[in-house]
Design a binder for this molecule. Structure first.
Ligand code: FES
Ligand SMILES: [Fe+2]
Length: 448
């Protein structure tokens, strides 16, 4: 087990000690990245892709993590499989140069050995040279465990890991009512950031930063959050004095505030500057509300009406929202961190999703992906290609809200490396997801 208690990081009065020091060094020392590759990434369930990306038999997606590469494919109409992306002859990558595509089989470009979509070897060039010594079973591609939840394809390299359902535990209980599997990508963006993957991820698994990092959001929405651990995962939500509405927790009516106008302003801002946590229908719905409700309408009335109108607009397009009870909405919360590297901000109509991964053997850089999935009409088949843009100042591409988050990452990573930094002192109410992450992370790494 870990040689320290990360809960120390929760203590407001935590002083410099081994725990803070270890937590700090794990962000940038190459030795810790090596431990991650030995004990974390090979043993955790991690999102490889979406089921929708594997539409046809032979569709495949490559998922790379460190030196490992996995082929995720549809081997038959109702079967998905994952294989180590390696030829069993001399070890060449079977698929290189493309991260997705469609293929009838996996043919190695070096000497031409070939496997079918179930990973069985179906061809060895000049096989007679082996005089019958090649055993068919031994030539199969090596499988990686695969399972799906919410339309996400997860893989796990560890044959002894718990089932995906057991691993996700309370995440499924809270988010299953959203029927995320019925959502589809609308956009995907990614970049390489000059910070450790944990720094990038931790810009998104707590709400404490919103007050200062996102003034444009605070103007409209709640800024006091509460968080909790859900096993190895974590979530956050707002605290009292706010109400639930699709897309945000919105401030209770301050005296004299016209909630109708505030709501229209908020949804327009979020639509323009994030392009997520809001569905297309909600902007016209919010703009229609001032003509339908009186000036002194309560937040409940305003946001109830916006949801009602949005559902009507979507229904006309064949898009159906799930009906959640107030208790289920409460469980859904605002933000979920799925250990180790995925964050989902779940809504009934759409979700904003983040995934962070280390880049090669460099602890100072990471791959960071942002995507938006949303509820669609059944016949709406989309092909969404991830767009890369490493310019963390390109507001036209990323929007103001993500730029504000990006500005924190590199600066935080640099600061963490300073001799003058004593280690994290986490907000006991709002930064539990960060503390819980480090607790679980160091439990995994203690076995490296
Ligand atoms: S390395 Fe693949 S066929 Fe030789
Ligand atoms: Fe943020």
């Amino acid at each position: 087990m870990a040689d320290f208690d990360t809960r120390d990081a929760l203590k407001a009065d935590s002083s410099p000690n081994i725990s803070s020091d270890v937590v700090k060094k794990a962000y940038y020392e190459p030795e810790w990245l090596k431990k991650e590759y030995a004990a974390l990434w090979p043993r955790t369930w991690q999102v490889a892709c979406r089921v929708e990306e594997l539409e046809h038999v032979g569709s495949y997606v490559i998922y790379d993590i460190g030196d490992e590469s996995v082929i995720v494919t549809r081997s038959s109409p109702d079967r998905l499989r994952a294989f180590y992306n390696v030829c069993q002859h001399r070890g060449r990558r079977l698929i290189d140069g493309s991260l997705s595509g469609t293929t009838p089989n996996f043919a190695c470009k070096f000497h031409g050995w070939r496997w079918n979509l179930d990973g069985e070897n179906e061809h060895v060039v000049q096989v007679d040279d082996w005089h019958g010594a090649l055993d068919g079973d031994d030539l199969c591609l090596n499988q990686v465990r695969l399972d799906t939840w919410g339309g996400w394809v997860f893989v796990n390299f560890d044959p002894d890991a718990p089932s995906l359902r057991d691993y996700l535990g309370g995440v499924c209980d809270a988010l299953d009512p959203l029927k995320m599997d019925e959502m589809r990508y609308r956009w995907r963006k990614w970049l390489v950031v000059n910070c450790n993957w944990k720094v990038a991820l931790e810009a998104f698994n707590e709400g404490y930063h919103v007050n200062v990092t996102h003034p444009g959001v605070v103007k409209f929405g709640a800024s006091l959050f509460g968080s909790r651990e859900v096993g190895i995962h974590s979530m956050f939500d707002t605290r009292a004095s706010t109400m639930r509405a699709e897309g945000t927790k919105v401030k209770a009516a301050d005296a004299g505030v016209d909630v109708r106008k505030m709501a229209a302003g908020f949804y327009t801002y979020q639509h323009e500057e994030l392009g997520s946590l809001i569905s297309e229908a909600m902007v016209p719905a919010a703009k229609a509300v001032p003509a339908l409700l009186p000036e002194d309408a309560t937040p409940e009335q305003v946001f109830g009406k916006i949801i009602e109108l949005s559902m009507q607009i979507d229904a006309q397009k064949g898009i159906e929202w799930p009906m959640l009870t107030p208790e289920q909405y409460q469980q859904v919360g605002i933000d979920w961190h799925i250990f180790p590297n995925t964050v989902i901000l779940p809504m009934a109509s759409n979700c904003l999703v983040y995934r962070a991964r280390p880049l090669g053997n460099d602890p100072d850089r990471c791959i960071f992906e942002v995507s938006h999935i949303e509820r669609v009409a059944k016949e709406d088949i989309r092909k969404v290609t991830p767009e890369r843009n490493d310019d963390i100042y390109d507001r036209a591409f990323w929007g103001e809200i993500l730029l504000q988050d990006f500005q924190q990452m590199e600066a935080t990573h640099k600061g963490i490396k300073s001799r003058g930094y004593r280690g994290p002192r986490l907000n006991p109410e709002q930064e539990k997801p960060v503390a819980n992450f480090h607790r679980v992370y160091h439990e995994y790494l203690s076995e490296a």
